[in-house]
Design a protein around this ligand. Structure first.
Ligand code: IMP
Ligand code: MG
Length: 225
């Protein structure tokens, strides 16, 4: 694992980010992903602004190599099948864009959008809701689900049930990142890019309260001492 890291200090967004820590939605996500167990008020009350560090887990080059490898595996299995690549928004959007451009074969692209939050978006309901479902039938089609990351597996499990009710010819899963150690539901991907550690990850489509999705690598969000 590379030791390169990006830092975000006051004046470049950290103050804003730390303010956001106290918002209930963020608190819920912090609890869900077990990050920042230490008090966050301390430094600020002393006139400091704490620092968030993004430690590189995979560089952009590591990720591009994994995407290219996945594309070769998918080509081998789907060359004559005209598959539907079904992305689960929002996290998949960067991966999907790179994956389809790495593929040397025709594919169709669809998206669904799922949410595990209620209408107020302040607390996880623990229940997945379909924000936007499939716009076209997948009956008798070969569907490849494109996921950014599998964590507990709850989202993927839901997606697979949602799809199978619609009678596709086949369903397989391609996940760029796999946080295997956190699984609660026994689901797995047929094509896995990179196995990742149990830490809160951002970049390459993954966000922390809608931030950091644009970063080209994958980073572990850390709080500095
Ligand atoms: P699961 O249902 O727990 O498997 O989580 C799936 C979704 O949660 C992913 O598609 C991501 O959108 C999000 N997620 C899981 N782990 C992380 C992370 O480390 N950082 C950011 N988002 C994550
Ligand atoms: Mg996702």
């Amino acid at each position: 694992m590379s030791r390169r890291s990006l830092s975000f200090r006051r004046g470049t967004g950290t103050a804003d980010l730390l303010t956001r820590f106290r918002r209930p939605l963020v608190d819920a996500r912090i609890r869900k992903y077990n990050v920042f167990p230490r008090p966050q008020i301390r430094k600020e009350s002393q006139g400091y602004v704490g620092e968030m560090r993004l430690e590189t887990v995979f560089t952009a080059a590591d990720i591009q190599a994994a995407v290219a490898r996945l594309a070769r595996e998918i080509e081998r299995d789907y060359r004559d099948k005209n598959p539907i690549l079904l992305g689960v928004l929002k996290g998949c959007f960067v991966f999907m864009a790179d994956l389809v451009r790495a593929l040397n074969m025709p594919v169709e692209i669809e998206f669904i959008s799922l949410s595990s939050y209620g209408p107020r978006r302040t607390q996880s309901t623990g229940r997945i809701e379909v924000v936007q479902g499939l716009r076209k039938p997948v009956r008798a089609r070969h569907v490849l689900v494109v996921e950014d990351i599998i964590d507990t597996g709850v989202t993927l499990d839901f997606t697979l049930h949602y799809l199978r009710r619609r009678r596709p010819a086949s369903v397989r899963v391609c996940a760029l990142f796999d946080k295997t150690s956190r699984r609660k539901v026994p689901v797995s991907a047929d094509y896995v890019g990179l196995t990742v550690p149990d830490c809160f990850l951002v970049g390459y489509g993954l966000d922390f309260d809608e931030r950091f999705r644009h970063l080209p690598g994958l980073y572990c969000l850390k709080e500095d001492d």
